[in-house]
Design a binder for this molecule. Structure first.
Ligand code: NAD
Ligand code: UDP
Length: 343
């Protein structure tokens, strides 16, 4: 079934996109990648080609370029889209809300319109646990309220989810999966692709990795007075390769369904780790010291966040397999092997 299906991967040169490209190819899907390299480089896709021993069809284009999209849909028989392309830095979204709404929301609308015109109504969207805002209960189920977001990035994800729900309501031929990722970390086991953000990282894991490599001199821990086991914030870290596998299974599910639907699924491990537990795990995996200071809480942060993962297991037969040690050692291997930027 997978062999003759072609998937358009927007944002395929990015962190999660590049790992998912590997998994799609290795599971028999054909792919076409579109990325404007706003937050990535060509090297990541070269590495995908190396890992998979294939030659990729790559369009260095913006999702807001409708003529480019039209050309892609005309040249390829696209069966489904995995839509990763978007901007993702929370702090930057507060400073540049219009840029975020234009790129994420505006770009998604243009993509959807062109897909609809081309008759391609199967789509997986990269959503986020951020749509839950401050969770009412833990673990977070897919039925928990959404929309109480605290920054334009999160609001853009919520808006796109609503747009996709409305799109389905208007035309129930659409088959859509909203995959709400928790905290993706780690790298491909080859060390060829991984997470290497521009500038100083916002997220915990790449920050710790740069402290371990000596690029940054210490980690600032944002608060140790939360109501958690050691006072530091708890998150559900998930290995990016587990996440990538979740996309393949979601795609299998959508493409074999006879009827349209909007499937909403959390992708996490269901387990939470504190900032200090992550520091300890990374220090062990890398054999490096991770000096840190305790600072004030970061505005907008919540104490704890972890997923209820039963729905993903029940519907997609998916669960995360890789543990925190593997997440840290794979992330460290990527850092050690690469002094250049690859995503
Ligand atoms: P990333 O920045 O590494 O990848 C996004 C890719 O999209 C980049 O290669 C970028 O160049 C490309 N892109 C951005 N705007 C584009 C446009 N207008 N046209 C074409 N390409 C464009 O980010 P990532 O971590 O791989 O995240 C992928 C998706 O998952 C994003 O939508 C993000 O919001 C979502 N997500 C990420 C996380 C996370 O922690 N990494 C968590 C939840 C959801
Ligand atoms: N964090 C931290 N120092 C940093 C970056 C993050 O202490 O430099 C903490 C943050 O307060 C949160 C956890 O690490 O408790 C995960 O933060 P991240 O930004 O990676 O993910 P998010 O908060 O968006 O889930």
């Amino acid at each position: 079934m997978r062999q003759n299906k072609t998937i358009l991967v927007t944002g395929g040169a990015g962190y999660i996109g590049s790992h998912t490209c590997v998994e799609l190819i290795q599971n028999g899907y054909q792919i076409v990648v579109l990325d404007n390299y706003l937050n990535s480089t060509k090297l990541a896709l070269k590495r995908v080609e190396e890992i998979t021993q294939t030659s990729l069809k790559i369009y260095p284009q913006d999702i807001r370029n409708k003529m480019a999209l039209r050309q892609i849909f005309a040249q390829h028989n696209i069966d489904a889209i995995i839509h990763f392309a978007g901007l993702k830095a929370v702090g930057e979204s507060v400073a540049k809300p219009l840029t975020y709404y234009d790129n994420n929301v505006g770009g998604s609308i243009i993509l959807l319109k062109e897909a609809q015109k081309a008759g391609c109504k199967n789509l997986i969207f990269s959503s986020s646990a951020t749509v839950y805002g401050t969770p009412e209960k833990l673990p977070i189920t897919e039925n928990c309220p959404t929309g109480n977001t605290t920054n334009p990035y999160g609001t853009s994800k919520f808006m796109i989810e609503e747009i996709l729900q409305d799109t389905y309501q208007a035309d129930q031929a659409w088959k859509i999966a909203l995959l709400r990722y928790f905290n993706p970390v780690g790298a491909h086991a080859s060390g060829k692709i991984g997470e290497n953000p521009n500038g100083i990282p916002n997220n915990l894991m790449p920050f710790i990795a740069q402290v371990a490599s000596g690029k940054l001199n210490h980690l600032e821990v944002f608060g140790n007075d939360y109501d958690t086991l050691d006072g530091t914030g708890i998150r559900d870290y998930i290995h990016v390769m587990d996440l990538a596998k979740g996309h393949v299974l979601a795609l299998d599910y959508l493409l074999t369904k006879s009827k349209g639907e909007v499937l909403t699924v959390n992708l996490g491990t269901g387990k939470g780790y504190s900032v200090l537990q992550m520091v300890k795990a990374f220090a062990k995996a890398s054999g490096k010291k991770i000096p840190y200071t305790i600072e004030d809480r970061r505005p907008g942060d919540i104490a704890s966040c972890f997923a209820d993962v039963n729905k993903a297991h029940k519907i997609l037969n998916w669960h995360a397999e890789l543990d925190i040690e593997t997440m840290c050692s794979d992330a460290w291997r990527f850092i050690e092997k690469n002094s250049v930027k690859t995503s």
